[in-house]
Design a protein around this ligand. Structure first.
Ligand code: UD1
Ligand code: MG
Length: 461
């Protein structure tokens, strides 16, 4: 079986002109002498979008032939479409951020090597050779950047492995923590700040700063485990994996821009970390948009676990090395809620079917919440808790004549949304959840920047 993969002529011309425009912009960035990294990053992201868009199309059939395919369970016909397209995204992304390396460091490279017509520093050339000037090169920043690439590469390996072999949950759960080691080391050497600013009400007990010590590293490793897995379990309807990641990425960029805008006092101490964050996120937005175009309802390709892990790790790396892991948690609140809400099934307190994605009603063409049947009767306390959740409208529980709980809706916010708002078409369901994600994120950011001043004495700009 094969799907139509040729690019239409409109697509070809649009992608081609976008690429040419981006290349033209890139070639101009060295003229000013500092490489204009932000402009270059935007141009690189345009190129990443165009290449990813075309590659997804061209590689679709090859992926199907190699067995990377999946059935869309929520359509009238269960046609097979390419799966694991997140691997294409991740590859294009990695090559983009690797090719981008010279730009943010261009200024430093020019000065350190006294090239690029920097006549005023020529007399220091011998110092360059003896290495006394080279120390001015920001090796630490380059190390951060390289460690981010290393961590992301490891997570992509895990993702592809999982898509190939369906690795068990208990086996793969620790892998993101291992993948995080390179950036944790850089964090340790570079910043080593493991102190947390204590909220005012707790200060009499803990003091102004509380040193978490090595626990801080555990926290950061857990953050990478959490953010990569949480996107994978908020999944199962067309477009939701990519679109939620895009919402999060755009909100982080928005948060970064707040630190970089001309209105903030210049030069802002956190500026470099936020520039770093932008360099990592813009190409991510580029490749994700290309994927979303093909994964949105009705999906032509699936993203695979590779994309979910990769996206989660991009956020973790970005949040940790950009020093805004708490802000990141605010943006991941829907994912965190879904994770906690899923916990009874994830930890097998109640049975967890292989798929928890909502149920497609063939007759109406609408999505309904999917259910888990309790073949074995539940223990009394668990059954009672489920009944309470039902009364709180946090679950849809079915009880038989004897008062036994026989089934309930699956424990994901996608199903909960359907319990609340009734059956709806797949794309409306996705849009609703995305609106929710956006609203929570914006409120989170507002709280972060306004209320932080009430809970903490100064905003840690
Ligand atoms: C996770 C979820 C699982 C959910 C699945 C769907 C947990 C613990 N696991 O499992 O409940 O059912 O993701 O992504 O919460 N598919 C569709 N339409 C879509 C997306 C996926 O039909 O829009 C189906 C396709 O058959 C596809 C398969 O889901 O091949 C992919 O599932 P996979 O990513 O392997 O599932 P998990 O990540 O293991
Ligand atoms: Mg998955």
């Amino acid at each position: 079986m094969s799907t139509n993969t040729a690019l239409s002529s409109t697509e070809t011309y649009s992608l081609l002109s976008l690429s040419l425009a981006c290349i033209a912009v890139l070639s101009q960035t060295f003229v000013g002498g500092d490489g204009e990294p932000v402009v270059a990053s935007i141009a690189f992201s345009g190129l990443a979008f165009a290449s990813c868009y075309a590659l997804i199309r061209w590689l679709g059939n090859a992926f199907i032939r190699r067995g990377f395919k999946g059935k869309d369970l929520s359509k009238q016909k269960h046609t097979e479409i390419p799966e694991t397209m997140g691997a294409v995204c991740a590859m294009v992304y990695l090559f983009t951020i690797i090719a981008f390396i010279p730009w943010p460091f261009y200024k430093d490279i020019v000065i350190a090597t006294s090239g690029g017509g920097n006549r005023d520093v020529i007399k220091e050339l011998d110092e360059v050779e003896t290495g006394r000037l080279l120390h001015k090169f920001p090796h630490n920043k380059l190390a951060s950047y390289l460690s981010a690439i290393l961590s992301l590469q490891s997570i992509v390996l895990l993702g592809i492995g999982d898509d190939l072999f369906d690795i068990r949950w208990r086996h793969k759960v620790l892998i993101p923590a291992v993948a995080a080691i390179p950036m944790l080391i850089v964090y340790f050497v570079d910043f080593g700040v493991t102190k947390m600013v204590v909220p005012i009400p707790l200060r009499p007990y803990l003091g102004e700063l509380f040193d978490l010590g090595w626990l801080y590293y555990v926290y950061m490793a857990m953050l990478s485990i959490f953010s990569s897995n949480s996107i994978n379990i908020l999944a199962g309807i067309n477009g939701i994996e990519v679109a939620q990641s895009l919402v999060i990425a755009v909100l982080i960029v928005l948060n970064d821009v707040l630190y970089l805008s001309p209105f903030t006092p210049y030069p802002h101490p956190a500026m470099d970390s936020h520039l770093f964050s932008i360099y990592l996120l813009l190409p991510f937005i580029g490749v994700s948009l290309a994927l979303l175009k093909h994964n949105w309802y009705p999906a032509k390709v699936f993203v695979g676990d590779t994309y979910c892990y990769f996206a989660g790790m991009v956020f973790a790396v970005d949040g940790i090395l950009g020093h805004f892991s708490k802000t990141l948690m605010l943006l991941l609140l829907p994912q965190a809620f879904n994770f906690i809400y899923s916990a009874p099934q994830l930890f097998h307190i109640v049975p967890c079917p292989r798929h928890r994605l909502p149920h497609f009603n063939v007759r109406t063409g609408l999505m309904e919440c999917s259910r888990v049947e309790f073949k074995k009767p539940l223990s009394r306390p668990i059954a009672e808790v489920l009944k309470v959740l039902h009364r709180l409208r946090l679950l849809d529980v079915e009880v038989d004549a004897e008062g036994q709980v026989v089934s309930s809706s699956n424990f994901t916010i996608i199903n909960l949304w359907l319990v609340w708002f009734g059956p709806m078409r797949e794309d409306r369901l996705a849009l609703g959840l995305l609106a929710f994600q956006t609203a929570v994120g914006i409120v989170g950011l507002l709280i972060r920047h306004r209320m932080a001043l009430l809970v903490f004495s100064v905003d840690n700009w």
